[in-house]
Design a protein around this ligand. Structure first.
Ligand code: ADP
Ligand code: GLC
Length: 446
């Protein structure tokens, strides 16, 4: 069985969030089960690959060249899809992102001739199942929704001018949604199977509250929709070997964690109090604003905060301002910082994640693996992975009061050390989910 993954992020080549963790680690787990997946990734600026040749695809009525690169990571083969407008320093955040990823999908479709399964991820690859149905390649298709909030929506005039796809695909192949092109919808409608990254989210997205306008579409496709929980790369995220940590530890002896904690507190000149970490994109989804709203209450309860993240500029300013007014109690570092993320996961006592919605969430899994107790909103994959009072703490209410309630539960637990041990011993590896993907592929190939 030849399996291709098509995605816009893969750790360590390009990472914005958890999608990169999944694409960077699930293939290794599939390899252990005897598959040899190939990952198709845009050839972003800075990715070290070697040039192996070229191919051609049609765009805007012209033939355009694709520069093809190869790379390898831990035995997994990557095909780097080289297109001019991807040689930029970050994966997204540009005005022409929609056009760029339509180009990526169309170019990649030309390279998929050999494959039995094409597994496309999120809106950036969502055009592929439709192109398969138009006969561009023959594989069976799986489409995974990592985040329904980003759908790839654009005007139809541009879309047809660029792609020259037949006009009847607008209604006939499910591209139309609310009068515009919606790639997420096309992926859902055209794929042979649709998965999302936790069972709970698989249900939530079929409801009006969680469906982001696509719940009706998802209900109509429910027979082919299922949730498969994400796993973690438990070799990379391992407090016993983590290359970013000075002190290593495991569930039998957490003294190394205490030393990492002392260093984290001294790095940020924080008082010795229960310390809660946050490592997150600053997006509405993550409820970072709720932490901001709760900050007076949190200080009153006697906890510190160590926050790493970037995104919405208003939130970045708020956290910078709070840090300057709360020395010794609240530290904020803006940006993406792999090394500091590891130090926060290892050195904090609790980990705050008040998400409004969460398809799966990897940050809470990482925190648990490092014996740092997640304090999370009871939603999506957070509900499927954290056991209240046993491996972490959960709250319902989507406001500052909810955050404070979650933190008060954390503070009043009589034996946080045993919660930390439980969390560290929970199985968040890919072993089981990888088997679920393999059996899905097998079902599709009949
Ligand atoms: P999402 O994919 O929605 O951002 P996840 O919890 O699934 O949320 O995954 C987030 C991933 O990105 C985790 O690996 C987390 O450690 C990492 N991450 C998020 N923000 C930062 C940051 N500012 N610096 C370093 N790593 C980050
Ligand atoms: C998305 C979701 C996150 C999930 C990740 C990987 O970014 O927001 O919840 O863990 O994808 O599937």
């Amino acid at each position: 069985m030849k399996v291709a993954f098509v995605a816009s992020e893969a750790f360590p080549f390009a990472k914005v969030g958890g999608l990169a963790d999944v694409i960077g680690s699930l293939p290794q787990a599939l390899r252990k089960l005897g598959l040899k997946p190939t990952i198709f990734l845009p050839w972003y600026w800075g990715i070290q690959g070697y040039y192996v040749g070229e191919a051609w695809f049609n765009f805007e009525g012209h033939r355009e060249k694709i520069g093809i690169g190869h790379a390898e990571h831990q035995g997994v083969r990557y095909v780097l899809v080289g297109l001019g407008d991807f040689a930029r320093d970050k994966p997204y955040g540009y005005d022409d992102d929609f056009r760029r990823f339509v180009r990526f999908a169309m170019a990649t479709a030309e390279l998929l001739g050999d494959f039995d399964i094409v597994h496309a991820h999120d809106w950036q690859a969502a055009l592929l199942p439709l192109l398969r149905n138009l006969g561009w390649f023959r594989a069976r298709t799986v489409y995974t929704i990592h985040n329904l909030a980003y759908q790839g929506v654009w005007g139809s005039q541009d879309f047809y001018a660029w792609t020259r796809l037949p006009g009847e695909t607008y209604y006939g192949a499910g591209l139309e949604h609310n009068g515009a092109i919606n790639l997420m919808k096309a992926g859902i409608v055209n794929a042979d199977a649709v998965t999302t990254v936790s069972p709970r989210y698989a249900w939530e997205i079929t409801t009006p509250e969680g469906g982001e306008g696509l719940d009706g579409v998802l209900r109509s496709q429910q027979g082919k929709l299922r949730g498969i929980l994400n796993g973690l790369d438990t070799d990379y995220w391992n407090p016993a070997t983590d290359r970013y940590l000075k002190h290593h530890y495991d569930a039998t002896d957490l003294s190394g964690k205490a030393r990492n904690r002392a260093e984290l507190l001294s790095e940020f000149a924080l008082e010795d109090r229960p310390t809660l970490g946050v490592v997150s994109r600053f997006a509405h989804q993550k409820g970072i604003d709720l932490i901001g709203d709760a900050v007076d209450g949190l200080m009153g309860m006697g906890v510190n905060l160590v926050v790493l993240g970037s995104g919405e500029p208003g939130l970045e300013r708020t956290f910078a301002w709070m840090a300057s007014h709360l020395p010794g109690r609240l530290a904020y570092v803006q940006g993406y910082n792999e090394a500091l993320a590891h130090r926060i996961y290892a050195g904090s006592d609790g980990f705050l994640m008040p998400s409004r919605f969460e398809p799966c969430g990897l940050a809470q899994l990482i925190a648990m693996r490092y014996g740092t107790l997640p304090i999370v909103r009871a939603v999506g994959g957070l509900l499927d992975t954290v056991k209240h009072w046993e491996t972490g703490f959960m709250f319902d209410s989507m406001d500052a009061g909810g955050v404070l309630h979650g933190v008060s539960e954390f503070l009043k637990h009589p034996d946080r050390l045993s919660v930390a041990r439980n969390a560290m011993q929970a199985d968040f590896s890919w072993d089981k989910p990888a088997r679920e993907y393999v059996s899905l592929y097998q079902q599709l190939l009949g």
